[in-house]
Design a protein around this ligand. Structure first.
Ligand code: MRU
Length: 342
């Protein structure tokens, strides 16, 4: 495959590296992903994360693993393992299925490379298009609340919700971003702030529990989040805490948008309750891994509950900002899979 370099993934002489997002913002450490097994570990541990980026990382790792002499069962086994690492984001499954589609006993490695490169190109382009549509919604001087990380650490491009924010700043819309810290793994506090800081986009970091108060006091005019899987009735899965923010936005009559590439639409999923929710290890609630050092604040043997995502019901969504346009939840139901590669 041709070399590439994006914010959180790079390929040099067919050697694949991911930026270890567990260590951000303190350290920028690149991890070499030599095998699909290693990539599975990096995805599970969230060294590499964000729905579109894990899809790209998994596809690259599978394609690099497949040599002309590699037997199809070995590739299928690696594909299965990669798909099982994170069950909620549909992009991962779709990307791997796309790479594996019509594979015969003699895998066509050139075709796999072509598809992987096309996948990356499309994800980058979709981010640009999302930003172009999304920015049209934003008025000058708005306070925008965002959750989790949806930027160039979560995609190979400029990001989804964060891509819209980037463009609004570039177009001098004089925005101010409120970044929800995103417990338990603090993707907002560690990663979104890291990205915003690099581009001098004005922001205020808040605890998740402060969002409602800010809405009440008129500081927030709009909520922009990403998505990990959109069901065809407009319910969608996103980082835990998104549903709460949507409820608060609804109460305060604030527009609430999910920005996502069309690769996040699951045409086979009728409604949100059909979306599998990933359960994460309990220690993520009992403490935190600060730069790979575990800090534990809870006592031993707690009963904990740690779903990585929640489902926001369609009724709370003002619109979806996709790469192909802005859609109400009713309009999502009318989209057809044939329109898209993935
Ligand atoms: O668990 P993470 O950090 O991978 O969760 C990521 C999110 O929930 C993002 O909001 C989502 O993947 C959209 S990213 C473009």
């Amino acid at each position: 495959m041709k070399d590439f370099e994006y914010t959180a993934i790079r390929l040099r002489d067919n050697k694949l590296f991911v930026l270890d997002q567990r260590q951000l913002p303190q350290k920028e450490v690149w991890l070499k992903a030599k095998t699909p097994d290693e990539m599975c570990e990096y995805i599970s541990k969230l060294c590499v994360r964000g729905a579109p980026l894990i899809a790209v990382a998994a596809a690259c790792s599978l394609t690099l693993f497949a040599k002309p002499k590699t037997k199809k069962p070995a590739i299928s086994e690696a594909a299965k393992k990669l798909k099982s690492t994170r069950p909620t984001a549909v992009n991962l499954t779709k990307a791997i299925d796309y790479i594996m589609k019509d594979m015969t006993d003699k895998p066509d490695t050139e075709e796999m490379e072509k598809r992987t490169e096309q996948l990356i190109k499309e994800e980058i382009k979709m981010c640009e298009d999302i930003a172009r549509w999304g920015v049209s919604l934003i008025e000058k001087g708005e306070g925008l609340l965002t959750h989790c990380n949806t930027g160039s650490l979560a995609t190979p491009g400029i990001g989804t919700a964060l891509g819209v924010i980037r463009k609004a700043h570039k177009e001098e819309k004089n925005i101010h971003v409120y970044v929800a810290e995103t417990r338990p793994l603090l993707q907002g506090a560690r990663l979104t702030t890291w990205e915003l800081k690099k581009e001098n986009i004005p922001y205020t970091l808040i605890c998740d529990s402060m969002a409602a108060m800010l809405m009440q006091s008129g500081k927030i005019q709009r909520v922009l989040v990403g998505a990990d899987r959109i069901a065809m009735n407009g319910d969608f899965a996103n980082k835990i805490g998104t549903y709460g923010l949507a409820t608060q936005a609804h109460h305060h009559q604030l527009p609430f948008h999910s920005a996502a590439p069309t690769s996040t639409l699951d045409f086979s999923c009728k409604k949100g309750t059909n979306i599998p929710i990933e359960q994460r290890p309990l220690y993520e609630i009992e403490g935190f891994n600060q730069n790979l050092k575990k800090i534990k604040w809870a006592p031993e043997n707690n009963q904990t509950f740690n779903p990585a995502f929640d489902i926001t019901p369609a009724a709370l969504v003002t619109s979806f900002i996709l790469d192909t346009g802005i859609y109400t939840t009713e309009e999502i139901a009318g989209l057809k899979p044939v329109q898209f590669t993935l």
